[in-house]
Write a protein that binds this ligand. Structure first.
Ligand code: HAM
Length: 423
């Protein structure tokens, strides 16, 4: 049997890749406008980075990592997310020595051994940003508003932005205690996963999707009831800035993110139309993470969005740009000498930035024209033996059905004029 690609992965083929390029280009221009610079880190890291960074009790570290021993017997892991990697680079490459804050973004593949389903892959792609070295509420607002404005630029509608504050280690310990007290008598009615979470990560029970867990947690103490004054003031300021900036959000006191490093602000963006995996973006503040992995105390905040899910949302909302013809003109040449001359003409056109092509299969004149029409190119550049003898080229406008003759010496300039008008 022919070898197949691994489960939960995708081949991104011509016809689809243009959508990815469009989204990536839009992302890059929004990042430029907000003053973020790109960072690329290795696709695999020492396993310990994610164990310490993402957290030993999280689903990602417990069940979903692609971990292997390399030939030097070191434990390595394909990155399941990039926040820990960016913090590692911040420490290792001494980015804290540069003017702060560092405003970084990334686009790239992540790997999680999850049960594949619509919108959930084992190799998926994230666009994310991380701001390191700034603890002010205005930074939280900038990060959330970047997401908001990117979605607006893309034309997405019906988004729900959920925000919460998960507090600092001090208020979180208090929340954990109160929550365990509340849930103790209800423990047996929780799902198996939540019974396990009761000891190691009870906060996660609050956002379990299981209906019986949701029922049992009605009236449970939320993070809102236990925030300390500093966390609460910080949160109020973030909300005030967001409101004034026109970001439509909903405070969701049950929002608890699935990674351990969050402190204070946490947020998620949902689009219901794309199905069960409706979270297209998640993020928050992580003021202890850099220290956790051995760096100087450094506040941080960021988010990551699933590229596949954003594309799915753009697709259902019909917001993807229409496919355009890839080539501007096709050379239609016949006769060996005309082909050689035509080939040289194409090189000259390409060197001036024009996307042009010619037949590579030895087709007849009629079939070359048919193929040019099928590809939707605007111009056919016709060069036969007779034209070559007169040192001319016929430029046929396939849309209007008109044609003109130009001398071969002027051909590049004439075609370029048309190209500039069309672009
Ligand atoms: P996360 O919530 O694990 O956060 O992932 C962020 C986004 O990645 C999700 O909202 C979803 O759109 C997408 N995603 C996650 N898993 C999959 C999957 N298996 N298939 C398809 N898409 C997926 C993080 O990764 C944090 N590093 C975000 C962050 C950055 N927090 C602070 N800075």
């Amino acid at each position: 049997m022919a070898i197949q690609r691994p489960k939960g992965t995708q081949d991104l083929l011509p016809g689809t890749i243009e959508q990815w390029q469009y989204l990536e280009e839009t992302i890059r221009s929004v990042c430029r406008e907000y003053g973020y610079e790109e960072i690329r880190t290795p696709m695999f890291e020492a396993t310990e980075l994610f164990q310490r960074g993402v957290g030993q009790t999280t689903d990602i570290v417990k069940k979903e990592m692609y971990t292997f021993q390399d030939k030097g017997d070191r434990s390595m892991t394909l990155r399941p997310e990039m926040t820990a990697s960016v913090c590692r680079a911040y420490v290792e490459d001494k980015l804290y020595g540069q003017p702060q804050p560092m405003k970084l973004y990334y686009i790239g593949p992540m790997f999680r051994y999850e049960r594949p389903q619509s919108g959930r892959f084992r190799q998926f792609h994230q666009f994310g940003i991380e701001v390191l070295g700034a603890d002010q509420p205005i930074v939280d607002a900038e990060v959330i508003s970047l997401v908001w404005n990117l979605y607006k630029r893309l034309g997405l509608i019906g988004l729900e932005v959920h925000v919460n504050s998960v507090g600092c280690p001090i208020c979180r310990a208090r929340h954990r205690e109160q929550l365990q007290e509340f849930l103790a008598a209800r423990k047996s009615k929780l799902c198996n996963d939540c019974q396990e979470r009761f000891e190691r990560n009870p906060l996660r029970i609050l956002d379990c999707k299981n209906p019986s867990c949701q029922e049992e947690t009605v009236g449970a103490p939320t993070t809102k009831d236990t925030l300390c004054e500093d966390c609460s003031t910080h949160f109020e300021k973030v909300l005030a800035i967001l409101g004034r900036a026109g970001v439509v959000y909903r405070v969701n006191p049950r929002l608890v993110r699935g990674l351990d490093y969050y402190t204070k602000t946490a947020f998620e963006v949902m689009v219901e139309e794309i199905g069960a995996q409706s979270a297209i973006c998640g993020g928050g503040r992580y003021d202890k993470l850099v220290e956790e992995i051995g760096g100087p105390p450094t506040p941080g905040i960021g988010f990551a969005m699933g590229i596949e899910r954003v594309l799915a949302a753009l697709q259902v909302q019909h917001k993807l740009p229409e496919e355009k013809p890839k080539l501007f003109a096709m050379l239609i040449a016949w006769g060996e000498q005309a082909q050689i001359e035509g080939f040289a003409l194409l090189s000259a056109l390409r060197s001036q930035g024009m996307p042009v092509g010619m037949d590579l299969l030895g087709r007849s004149l009629k079939n070359q024209l048919k193929s040019a029409n099928r590809q939707g190119v605007r111009y056919a550049l016709i060069l036969g033996e007779e034209e070559l003898a007169r040192k001319v080229l016929v430029i046929r406008d396939l849309t209007l059905g008109e044609q003109m003759e130009v001398s071969l010496v002027d051909a590049v300039e004439e075609i370029n004029k048309k190209y500039q008008r069309g672009v």
